[in-house]
Design a protein around this ligand. Structure first.
Ligand code: COA
Ligand code: AMP
Length: 636
């Protein structure tokens, strides 16, 4: 057990204000805060009240001012095009200040929203940082979402400007973004004043009067200085899946976010100024926000932006090539990526082709790391493999194994122990703590440390209802699991409709809403089922309207198309079955849990509340017809 961790953890809970005030010394403030933690509106808390700062200044300018302008800030490597590019801190400052000038030219100022719809290119990070420079609020939308999802975000965030790339690149496929944007703007009520387009040679977008060319603008733009904002002002909105089809716009502040992320780079990941850190995620997810862009740059590290996949671009050695080429010290990816590599290169032969002498540690998060994947990675990579657990809402790790404070023993299946600032508890249905080792809802005692979500954009009441009301005095994570006697946190499943597909967070409720649009579908249910590569994938159950006598296969194919075109390819919705009826309780509630257990081939007992038990047998037969290992345990 690590003394450093124990000490820091106890101190953070005994006196959170002193703990985080000390961490805040790592940030340059325009004006110091007058109060570390404001609890007057509890359960809503605000950190560093009265303080003023600029996040972009802390991420870029202060490193240049400290004489580190020539240090690499951002390395771009596209396995899709072969492009490689490096920006020093001075170069990043030059281009970010100019892009801030471009945005200001369109009237973007403090508090205005800017949507960024871009793949993994440096300009995505530059656009985010330019917004931060102006005190504007960015909202990055993941490229794997379709027009409808983009339209919902446009209407909620009401951006003055949208910044996009002409395309993203997926293996064997160019994803043209401009038609998706045009369709989204057609569907949305809100119309942005301007769109700024980064033209990529792989697909040049057709411009309209509203569109402007990134390069033409930036060449002519004056640099813009950093604008001081309140610590409590919003830095960004990041939409994430909830229970319904309507995404939740998680809001992150400037001050608490900068303090927590700067602190976490050293304490949690063990990296510091000049170290090369690589999070192989996407800027559209929270991992990309926190650990491709803000965390490494706030700490003065070098960050890597990689466009490509862990396998097939060109092979399962892509990650090892990047680690070797850039001297990556610590890397972060999702367990699904490790599973994909293991499947393609089970003996780890490709690892041996690279010089990995500077690679010290591997982090995984985004979904539970199953022990088999963990052990394979530990054995083949030859470095510690650290699972840590967090969410879009928390912005950084709730539990993990803090390298900078003192690493402790890894327990397979656990996501480490609670990180400083997080008082993690497991509660039962009655809201009382369960016994050690018993499963329940995982919650965090309020206040949450700096960096956690401050509200939901446009929906403060929804924030309270979704996270704070169910267990008064606690933040409800939406995850279920247990904590063992040594304090290790085991995150086992969700308590809501969220599923985790290849490390991507999706709502089954949103998929059901999309399916309901099919004219022949009367009713449907979607559940996540186990998948050896992606962890979970969605499976749809469709009941047709009376009198529909079309072929079930055609309706299934059309349904798959509908989900792809409304939510996007990232939903990975590829399987559905047409069933006569859905199993329901006598009060009419669909038994989704039972459906999932049948589809996963798990033992189940017929629920006492079911209105018609025979239906489960019929569904098991249908699932077997599409190759699922459904075992009928219905008579147990
Ligand atoms: N833009 C457009 N389409 C995208 C996209 C993007 N940014 N990202 C994914 N998609 C598409 C894919 O092309 C695929 O389309 P297809 O159905 O036509 O094949 C679909 O969405 C599903 O993508 P994905 O789930 O990523 O599957 P995959 O087979 O392409 O790759 C993995 C599988 C495991 C290699 C990949 O999911 C992976 O690397 N996952 C790690 C995820 C991660 O880092 N998550 C962040 C949390 S830390
Ligand atoms: P996201 O908000 O997209 O980052 O997804 C967060 C969700 O992913 C969490 O609520 C968990 O359900 C899951 N998750 C993330 N990291 C882990 C982990 N290390 N172990 C188990 N589940 C995880």
């Amino acid at each position: 057990m690590s003394d450093g961790y124990e000490r820091a953890y106890r101190a953070s809970l005994a006196d959170p204000e002193a703990f985080w005030a000390a961490a805040a010394a790592g940030i340059d403030w325009e004006n110091a805060w007058t109060q570390v933690l404001d609890d007057r509106d509890a359960p809503i808390y605000r950190w560093f009240v009265g303080g003023e700062l600029n996040t972009c200044f802390n991420a870029i300018d202060r490193h240049v001012a400290a004489g580190r302008g020539d240090q690499p800030a951002l390395i771009f490597d596209s396995a899709m095009t072969g492009a490689k590019r490096m920006l020093t801190y001075a170069e990043l400052q030059y281009v970010t200040a100019r892009f801030a000038g471009v945005l200001a030219g369109f009237g973007v100022g403090k508090g205005d929203r800017v949507i960024i719809y871009m793949p993994m290119v440096p300009e995505a990070a530059i656009a985010m940082l330019a917004c931060a420079r102006l005190g504007a609020v960015h909202s990055v939308v993941f490229g794997g979402f379709a027009a409808h999802e983009l339209a919902m975000r446009i209407d909620d965030a009401r951006p003055r400007v949208i910044v996009l790339a002409s395309c993203g690149l997926e293996p064997g496929r160019v994803v043209a973004y401009k038609p998706l944007l045009d369709a989204a703007i057609d569907q949305a009520e809100h119309v942005p004043e301007a769109c700024i387009i980064l033209q990529r040679p792989e697909c040049v977008a057709r411009m309209t009067a509203r569109d402007h060319d990134w390069h033409a603008l930036i060449d002519a733009a004056p640099p813009h200085a950093c604008v001081a904002v309140a610590a409590t002002d919003p830095l960004y909105i990041l939409y994430t899946s909830g229970t319904t089809g309507e995404p939740k716009g998680i809001v992150r502040d400037n001050g608490g976010h900068a303090v927590a992320l700067h602190w976490s780079m050293q304490a949690v990941y063990g990296v510091d100024v000049g170290d090369v850190f690589w999070a192989a995620s996407d800027v559209g997810w929270v991992v990309g926000h926190s650990y491709i862009v803000y965390g490494p740059l706030l700490r003065g590290c070098t960050t890597v932006m990689f466009e490509g996949k862990p396998v097939g671009t060109p092979d399962a050695g892509a990650f090892w090539r990047v680690i070797a080429d850039y001297g990556v010290k610590a890397m972060f990816t999702a367990p699904t990526a490790i599973r994909a590599i293991r499947r393609a290169d089970p003996e780890g032969v490709l690892l041996k082709a690279y010089d990995l002498s500077r690679y010290e540690i591997q982090f995984v998060a985004g979904e539970r790391c199953d022990p088999e994947t963990l052990h394979w990675a530990e054995q083949k990579l030859g470095v510690p493999v650290i699972d840590h657990w967090w969410q879009t809402e928390t912005g950084w790790a709730i539990s993990g194994n803090p390298i900078g404070l003192g690493r402790f023993e890894v327990r397979a299946g656990a996501a480490g122990r609670a990180m400083p600032g997080w008082d993690v508890q497991v509660l039962g249905d009655d809201g009382q703590p369960v016994a050690v080792g018993e499963t329940g809802a995982i919650v965090c005692r309020l206040p949450m440390p700096p960096g956690a979500a401050t509200t939901i954009w446009n929906a403060p009441q929804r924030y309270r209802e979704a996270y704070l009301d169910r267990y008064p005095g606690f933040y409800q994570t939406g995850d279920a699991g247990f904590i063992d006697a040594a304090g290790y946190v085991f995150v086992m499943s969700r308590t809501d409709d969220v599923i985790n597909v290849a490390g991507h967070r999706l709502s089954t409720g949103a998929i059901e809403e999309a399916l309901a649009a099919h004219p022949d579908v009367a009713e449907c249910a979607v559940t996540g089922i186990r998948d050896a590569l992606k962890g979970q994938v969605p499976l749809g159950f469709l009941c047709l309207k009376a009198g529909v006598d079309r072929k079930a296969e055609d309706i299934v194919m059309e349904s798959i198309g509908i989900v792809r075109s409304t939510i996007g390819p990232v939903a990975a919705f590829k399987r559905a079955v047409v069933v006569d009826r859905l199993p329901k309780t006598r009060s009419g509630k669909i038994l989704r849990g039972t459906l999932r257990r049948i589809a996963d081939g798990d033992p189940y007992t017929i629920p006492a509340t079911i209105d018609d038990p025979e239906i489960l047998r019929e569904i098991a037969v249908k699932l077997e017809q599409i190759g699922l290992p459904a075992i009928n345990h219905g008579d147990q």
